[in-house]
Design a protein around this ligand. Structure first.
Ligand code: FES
Length: 192
């Protein structure tokens, strides 16, 4: 005779058949673990997928709309010579084109408003009769020649000619440097 007794499943009703177990079986073993890992990995995977799509969209947008540096035009017309007074430094063109037009007794020259030290934009000081750079204090005579501060050389001049319609034409793509002897070239100065 065996010592082991059959375990009896309790009946739902007294004297009735054993009650079925209502709760679902717990996930156990390797298959349950795999299923839980799979369920957890779904949101992680979708998040990674969404992030990859977003970065791809940003890259496409940057390719469609690249960063463009808008620079002022290199050449412009600056009115007729009679608009200028002898001895005047005309500052009207500085903000839009980065140039001063100077008229002396013989004609015109166009100074490029870029400091030859580190590239800041000097100001014309009428009362002191000079260009002064706000960055490190370089000073330039109205001719453009440097005389104080760290600027190593004069301001550059731009090509200046008379256009067919009688207006002054300034072209910054052609520059003249005093230290190279270029201020003597014909289009560095406009005789009138
Ligand atoms: S940039 Fe003009 S003095 Fe330095």
């Amino acid at each position: 005779m065996s010592d082991v007794k059959d375990a009896k499943i309790p009946s739902a009703t007294p004297g009735g058949p054993p009650a079925p177990d209502a709760s679902p079986p717990a996930e156990t073993g390797a298959s349950g673990l795999t299923r839980r890992l799979f369920m957890w990995s779904l949101p992680v995977g979708w998040t990674a997928f969404a992030a990859a799509c977003a970065s791809s969209l940003v890259a496409s947008a940057r390719a469609l709309f690249p960063n463009v540096l808008f620079e002022p035009p290199q050449a412009f017309k600056a009115g007729v010579p009679s608009e200028y007074n002898v001895g005047e430094v005309d500052v009207r063109w500085k903000d839009a084109f980065g140039v001063w037009i100077v008229r002396d007794a013989d004609g015109f020259y166009a100074l490029i408003a870029t400091c030859t030290h580190l590239g800041c934009s000097p100001n014309w000081l009428t009362a002191e009769n000079k260009f002064k750079c706000p960055c490190h204090g370089s000073g330039f005579y109205r001719s453009g020649v440097n005389f104080e501060g760290p600027a190593p050389r004069p301001l550059e001049r731009a090509r200046i000619v008379l256009a067919d319609d009688g207006q002054i034409l300034v072209d910054k793509s052609v520059k003249f440097q005093q230290e190279k002897g270029e201020w003597g070239k014909p289009e560095s100065f406009l005789k009138v």
